[in-house]
Design a protein around this ligand. Structure first.
Ligand code: ISE
Length: 335
Protein backbone atom coordinates (compact mmCIF):
# COMPACT_ATOMS: atom_id res chain seq x y z
CA UNK A 1 0.00 0.00 0.00
CA UNK A 2 1.31 3.42 -0.93
CA UNK A 3 0.63 6.30 1.46
CA UNK A 4 -0.01 9.59 -0.34
CA UNK A 5 1.15 12.42 1.88
CA UNK A 6 -0.04 16.02 1.76
CA UNK A 7 2.53 18.50 3.04
CA UNK A 8 1.62 21.83 4.65
CA UNK A 9 4.60 24.20 4.65
CA UNK A 10 7.58 23.62 2.37
CA UNK A 11 10.29 25.83 3.80
CA UNK A 12 13.64 24.21 4.67
CA UNK A 13 12.34 21.34 6.74
CA UNK A 14 9.08 20.84 4.80
CA UNK A 15 11.07 20.55 1.57
CA UNK A 16 13.44 18.05 3.18
CA UNK A 17 10.52 15.94 4.45
CA UNK A 18 8.65 16.06 1.14
CA UNK A 19 11.78 15.09 -0.79
CA UNK A 20 12.50 12.21 1.60
CA UNK A 21 8.91 10.96 1.37
CA UNK A 22 9.00 11.06 -2.41
CA UNK A 23 12.49 9.66 -2.91
CA UNK A 24 14.01 8.00 0.15
CA UNK A 25 11.15 6.49 2.16
CA UNK A 26 9.52 3.30 0.93
CA UNK A 27 5.75 3.03 0.67
CA UNK A 28 5.07 6.75 0.37
CA UNK A 29 4.62 9.49 -2.20
CA UNK A 30 3.79 13.18 -2.02
CA UNK A 31 0.51 14.10 -3.67
CA UNK A 32 -0.42 17.62 -2.56
CA UNK A 33 1.61 20.58 -1.27
CA UNK A 34 0.77 23.93 0.23
CA UNK A 35 2.99 26.85 1.14
CA UNK A 36 2.34 30.51 1.80
CA UNK A 37 5.02 31.02 -0.87
CA UNK A 38 3.02 29.64 -3.79
CA UNK A 39 5.92 29.79 -6.20
CA UNK A 40 8.02 27.60 -3.95
CA UNK A 41 5.19 25.09 -3.56
CA UNK A 42 4.64 25.04 -7.30
CA UNK A 43 8.32 24.38 -8.07
CA UNK A 44 8.60 21.58 -5.54
CA UNK A 45 5.32 20.08 -6.75
CA UNK A 46 6.70 19.87 -10.28
CA UNK A 47 9.91 18.25 -9.01
CA UNK A 48 8.08 15.64 -6.93
CA UNK A 49 5.17 14.96 -9.27
CA UNK A 50 2.68 16.48 -6.82
CA UNK A 51 0.01 19.17 -7.03
CA UNK A 52 0.28 22.60 -5.35
CA UNK A 53 -2.88 24.04 -3.79
CA UNK A 54 -3.80 27.51 -2.54
CA UNK A 55 -4.82 26.76 1.08
CA UNK A 56 -3.78 24.32 3.81
CA UNK A 57 -7.40 23.19 4.15
CA UNK A 58 -7.31 21.88 0.56
CA UNK A 59 -4.40 19.62 1.54
CA UNK A 60 -6.41 18.26 4.47
CA UNK A 61 -9.59 17.74 2.43
CA UNK A 62 -8.00 16.29 -0.69
CA UNK A 63 -9.19 12.75 -1.54
CA UNK A 64 -5.66 12.20 -2.87
CA UNK A 65 -4.17 12.68 0.61
CA UNK A 66 -3.99 9.72 3.02
CA UNK A 67 -1.76 11.36 5.66
CA UNK A 68 -0.77 14.93 6.52
CA UNK A 69 2.63 16.38 7.37
CA UNK A 70 2.66 19.83 8.98
CA UNK A 71 5.94 21.75 8.66
CA UNK A 72 4.70 25.32 8.71
CA UNK A 73 6.11 28.00 11.06
CA UNK A 74 5.54 27.22 14.77
CA UNK A 75 2.77 29.76 15.32
CA UNK A 76 0.48 28.09 12.74
CA UNK A 77 0.67 24.58 14.21
CA UNK A 78 -2.33 24.83 16.52
CA UNK A 79 -4.87 25.85 13.89
CA UNK A 80 -3.53 23.39 11.32
CA UNK A 81 -3.15 20.36 13.62
CA UNK A 82 -6.66 20.81 15.01
CA UNK A 83 -8.09 21.20 11.48
CA UNK A 84 -6.16 18.14 10.30
CA UNK A 85 -7.36 16.03 13.26
CA UNK A 86 -10.95 16.61 12.15
CA UNK A 87 -10.21 14.67 8.95
CA UNK A 88 -9.24 11.58 10.96
CA UNK A 89 -6.09 11.21 8.81
CA UNK A 90 -2.73 10.39 10.45
CA UNK A 91 -0.57 13.47 11.08
CA UNK A 92 3.09 14.21 11.57
CA UNK A 93 3.59 17.64 13.14
CA UNK A 94 7.00 19.28 13.17
CA UNK A 95 8.37 20.44 16.51
CA UNK A 96 7.50 22.39 18.57
CA UNK A 97 3.86 21.39 19.04
CA UNK A 98 3.11 25.07 19.66
CA UNK A 99 4.78 28.14 21.10
CA UNK A 100 2.45 28.65 24.07
CA UNK A 101 1.33 26.30 26.82
CA UNK A 102 -2.32 27.33 26.36
CA UNK A 103 -2.24 26.29 22.70
CA UNK A 104 -0.52 23.01 23.56
CA UNK A 105 -3.27 22.26 26.09
CA UNK A 106 -5.91 22.91 23.43
CA UNK A 107 -4.33 20.44 21.00
CA UNK A 108 -3.90 17.88 23.76
CA UNK A 109 -7.61 18.19 24.64
CA UNK A 110 -8.55 17.87 20.95
CA UNK A 111 -6.63 14.59 20.54
CA UNK A 112 -7.89 13.21 23.86
CA UNK A 113 -11.47 13.92 22.74
CA UNK A 114 -10.85 11.74 19.66
CA UNK A 115 -10.15 8.89 22.07
CA UNK A 116 -7.07 7.71 20.15
CA UNK A 117 -3.65 8.95 19.07
CA UNK A 118 -3.48 10.37 15.56
CA UNK A 119 -0.39 12.57 15.72
CA UNK A 120 3.32 11.85 15.74
CA UNK A 121 5.55 14.77 16.77
CA UNK A 122 8.61 15.56 14.67
CA UNK A 123 11.16 15.28 17.45
CA UNK A 124 13.59 13.49 15.16
CA UNK A 125 16.41 13.09 17.66
CA UNK A 126 14.54 10.09 19.11
CA UNK A 127 15.33 8.33 15.80
CA UNK A 128 18.97 9.42 15.62
CA UNK A 129 21.25 6.34 15.80
CA UNK A 130 23.59 8.30 18.11
CA UNK A 131 20.95 9.15 20.72
CA UNK A 132 19.58 5.59 20.54
CA UNK A 133 23.05 4.18 21.22
CA UNK A 134 23.60 6.68 24.03
CA UNK A 135 20.38 5.60 25.75
CA UNK A 136 21.30 1.94 25.34
CA UNK A 137 24.29 2.58 27.65
CA UNK A 138 22.06 3.28 30.64
CA UNK A 139 22.19 -0.19 32.19
CA UNK A 140 24.50 -2.38 34.26
CA UNK A 141 26.53 -3.51 31.25
CA UNK A 142 26.99 0.10 30.21
CA UNK A 143 27.45 3.29 32.23
CA UNK A 144 24.70 2.50 34.74
CA UNK A 145 21.99 4.92 35.72
CA UNK A 146 22.60 8.52 34.56
CA UNK A 147 23.46 11.10 37.21
CA UNK A 148 24.24 14.24 35.24
CA UNK A 149 23.77 15.22 31.58
CA UNK A 150 25.48 18.05 29.67
CA UNK A 151 23.95 19.09 26.35
CA UNK A 152 25.38 21.50 23.80
CA UNK A 153 23.19 22.93 21.03
CA UNK A 154 24.88 25.39 18.70
CA UNK A 155 23.71 26.95 15.45
CA UNK A 156 25.91 28.75 12.94
CA UNK A 157 23.35 31.55 12.87
CA UNK A 158 19.80 31.84 14.17
CA UNK A 159 17.78 30.67 11.19
CA UNK A 160 14.69 32.67 12.03
CA UNK A 161 16.40 35.72 13.50
CA UNK A 162 17.64 35.77 17.07
CA UNK A 163 15.23 36.19 19.91
CA UNK A 164 16.26 34.71 23.25
CA UNK A 165 12.74 33.51 24.08
CA UNK A 166 12.63 31.87 20.62
CA UNK A 167 15.89 30.08 21.38
CA UNK A 168 14.06 28.36 24.23
CA UNK A 169 10.77 27.62 22.45
CA UNK A 170 12.15 26.67 19.03
CA UNK A 171 15.65 25.27 19.60
CA UNK A 172 16.10 24.12 23.21
CA UNK A 173 12.69 22.45 22.86
CA UNK A 174 14.71 19.57 21.33
CA UNK A 175 16.62 19.15 24.58
CA UNK A 176 13.39 19.36 26.58
CA UNK A 177 12.11 16.40 24.57
CA UNK A 178 15.27 14.33 24.26
CA UNK A 179 16.26 14.54 27.93
CA UNK A 180 12.78 13.44 29.04
CA UNK A 181 13.13 10.54 26.57
CA UNK A 182 16.66 9.66 27.64
CA UNK A 183 15.66 9.52 31.30
CA UNK A 184 12.09 8.24 30.92
CA UNK A 185 11.03 10.75 33.54
CA UNK A 186 9.69 14.27 33.83
CA UNK A 187 11.61 17.43 34.68
CA UNK A 188 10.75 19.06 37.99
CA UNK A 189 12.52 22.43 37.88
CA UNK A 190 14.25 24.76 35.46
CA UNK A 191 16.54 27.81 35.64
CA UNK A 192 18.05 29.88 32.84
CA UNK A 193 21.20 31.97 33.06
CA UNK A 194 22.24 34.50 30.46
CA UNK A 195 25.82 35.63 30.95
CA UNK A 196 28.15 37.55 28.74
CA UNK A 197 26.57 37.88 25.29
CA UNK A 198 28.53 37.42 22.10
CA UNK A 199 29.22 40.84 20.58
CA UNK A 200 28.04 39.38 17.26
CA UNK A 201 24.46 38.89 18.45
CA UNK A 202 21.77 41.47 17.65
CA UNK A 203 21.30 44.23 20.23
CA UNK A 204 19.60 43.26 23.44
CA UNK A 205 19.60 39.52 22.76
CA UNK A 206 21.33 37.11 25.07
CA UNK A 207 23.38 34.45 23.32
CA UNK A 208 24.57 31.98 24.56
CA UNK A 209 22.29 30.98 27.42
CA UNK A 210 22.61 28.18 29.94
CA UNK A 211 19.57 26.12 30.94
CA UNK A 212 19.74 24.02 34.12
CA UNK A 213 17.12 21.40 34.94
CA UNK A 214 16.51 18.76 37.55
CA UNK A 215 14.59 15.58 36.78
CA UNK A 216 12.09 13.98 39.15
CA UNK A 217 14.71 11.56 40.48
CA UNK A 218 17.28 14.36 40.83
CA UNK A 219 19.38 13.96 37.66
CA UNK A 220 20.98 17.31 36.80
CA UNK A 221 20.78 18.48 33.17
CA UNK A 222 22.56 21.44 31.60
CA UNK A 223 22.06 22.86 28.10
CA UNK A 224 24.32 25.40 26.46
CA UNK A 225 22.28 27.00 23.70
CA UNK A 226 24.34 29.20 21.40
CA UNK A 227 22.50 30.41 18.33
CA UNK A 228 25.17 32.45 16.54
CA UNK A 229 28.39 30.53 17.03
CA UNK A 230 29.63 31.57 13.57
CA UNK A 231 31.44 28.28 12.89
CA UNK A 232 28.83 25.56 12.28
CA UNK A 233 25.99 23.41 13.60
CA UNK A 234 26.85 21.24 16.54
CA UNK A 235 24.86 19.12 18.98
CA UNK A 236 26.38 17.00 21.71
CA UNK A 237 25.28 15.19 24.84
CA UNK A 238 27.56 13.84 27.58
CA UNK A 239 26.21 11.65 30.30
CA UNK A 240 27.92 10.62 33.54
CA UNK A 241 26.40 7.54 35.08
CA UNK A 242 26.95 5.45 38.20
CA UNK A 243 29.57 3.26 36.47
CA UNK A 244 30.93 5.31 33.58
CA UNK A 245 30.27 8.08 31.10
CA UNK A 246 29.16 8.26 27.48
CA UNK A 247 29.50 11.07 24.96
CA UNK A 248 27.45 11.70 21.87
CA UNK A 249 29.57 13.98 19.77
CA UNK A 250 29.59 14.72 16.11
CA UNK A 251 27.52 11.73 15.08
CA UNK A 252 28.91 9.77 12.20
CA UNK A 253 31.13 12.47 10.75
CA UNK A 254 34.43 11.21 9.48
CA UNK A 255 37.77 12.45 10.76
CA UNK A 256 40.18 12.74 7.85
CA UNK A 257 43.91 13.35 7.82
CA UNK A 258 45.26 15.45 5.00
CA UNK A 259 48.59 17.10 4.51
CA UNK A 260 49.68 18.30 7.98
CA UNK A 261 46.16 18.50 9.35
CA UNK A 262 43.54 16.22 10.86
CA UNK A 263 39.90 17.01 11.34
CA UNK A 264 36.32 16.72 10.26
CA UNK A 265 33.87 18.99 8.52
CA UNK A 266 31.20 20.74 10.53
CA UNK A 267 27.78 21.05 8.88
CA UNK A 268 26.22 24.47 8.52
CA UNK A 269 22.68 23.31 9.28
CA UNK A 270 20.88 20.61 11.28
CA UNK A 271 19.53 19.06 8.08
CA UNK A 272 22.95 17.51 7.43
CA UNK A 273 23.64 16.39 11.01
CA UNK A 274 20.20 14.80 11.43
CA UNK A 275 19.66 13.69 7.84
CA UNK A 276 19.45 10.01 8.77
CA UNK A 277 17.25 10.68 11.81
CA UNK A 278 14.75 12.55 9.62
CA UNK A 279 14.60 9.69 7.12
CA UNK A 280 14.21 7.00 9.79
CA UNK A 281 11.54 9.07 11.53
CA UNK A 282 9.49 9.35 8.33
CA UNK A 283 9.91 5.67 7.52
CA UNK A 284 8.67 4.77 11.01
CA UNK A 285 5.66 7.08 10.56
CA UNK A 286 4.78 5.59 7.15
CA UNK A 287 5.24 2.03 8.43
CA UNK A 288 2.91 2.66 11.36
CA UNK A 289 0.24 3.97 8.98
CA UNK A 290 0.63 1.07 6.54
CA UNK A 291 0.43 -1.44 9.35
CA UNK A 292 -2.57 0.28 10.95
CA UNK A 293 -0.60 0.79 14.17
CA UNK A 294 -0.50 3.71 16.60
CA UNK A 295 1.94 6.52 15.81
CA UNK A 296 5.45 5.93 17.12
CA UNK A 297 8.02 8.33 18.55
CA UNK A 298 7.05 11.46 20.35
CA UNK A 299 3.34 12.03 21.01
CA UNK A 300 1.16 15.08 21.52
CA UNK A 301 1.68 14.48 25.25
CA UNK A 302 5.44 14.78 24.72
CA UNK A 303 4.90 17.85 22.55
CA UNK A 304 2.78 19.38 25.31
CA UNK A 305 5.41 18.58 27.98
CA UNK A 306 8.20 20.11 25.87
CA UNK A 307 6.16 23.27 25.29
CA UNK A 308 5.40 23.60 29.02
CA UNK A 309 9.14 23.31 29.73
CA UNK A 310 9.91 25.92 27.06
CA UNK A 311 7.34 28.31 28.54
CA UNK A 312 8.70 27.81 32.07
CA UNK A 313 12.21 28.37 30.69
CA UNK A 314 11.05 31.70 29.26
CA UNK A 315 9.62 32.58 32.69
CA UNK A 316 12.88 31.54 34.39
CA UNK A 317 14.87 33.62 31.88
CA UNK A 318 12.69 36.70 32.41
CA UNK A 319 12.53 36.51 36.21
CA UNK A 320 15.98 35.09 36.88
CA UNK A 321 14.32 32.58 39.23
CA UNK A 322 14.15 28.82 39.36
CA UNK A 323 10.69 27.66 38.20
CA UNK A 324 8.98 24.46 39.35
CA UNK A 325 7.21 22.40 36.68
CA UNK A 326 3.76 20.90 37.03
CA UNK A 327 2.18 19.01 34.16
CA UNK A 328 -1.49 18.11 33.82
CA UNK A 329 -2.45 14.53 34.69
CA UNK A 330 -1.38 12.29 31.79
CA UNK A 331 -4.46 11.18 29.81
CA UNK A 332 -4.94 7.42 29.41
CA UNK A 333 -4.40 7.36 25.63
CA UNK A 334 -0.70 8.19 26.22
CA UNK A 335 0.03 5.40 28.74
C1 ISE B 1 15.58 24.45 14.18
O1 ISE B 1 14.27 24.94 14.09
C2 ISE B 1 15.56 22.99 14.40
O2 ISE B 1 14.56 22.38 14.63
C3 ISE B 1 16.88 22.38 14.55
O3 ISE B 1 16.78 21.00 14.71
C4 ISE B 1 17.52 23.00 15.74
O4 ISE B 1 18.74 22.40 16.04
C5 ISE B 1 17.69 24.50 15.52
O5 ISE B 1 18.30 25.05 16.65
C6 ISE B 1 16.31 25.10 15.32
O6 ISE B 1 16.42 26.48 15.11
Amino acid sequence: MNIRVGVIGVGNIGTAHATNLAKAVSGSSVSVLYDFDQKRAQELAIELGAKAVATFQEVIDSPEVDAILIASPDKFHKEQVIAAMKSGKPILCEKPLTVTEADAEEILAAEVSLGKRLVQMGFMRRFDPGYIQLKSEFNDDGIGAPLIIHNIHRNTFAAYGLNTEGTLTNSVVHEFDINRWLLDEEIKSISVMAGKASPLTPDGQKDPVLVIMESESGVLITVEAFMNDQYGYEVSCSVSGVKGSADLGEGSFVTSSKKFSRGSEIPELWLTRFNEAYRIQLQAWINSIREGKLPVGSSIWDGYAATVLANKAVEAYRTGKKVEITLKAKPGIYS
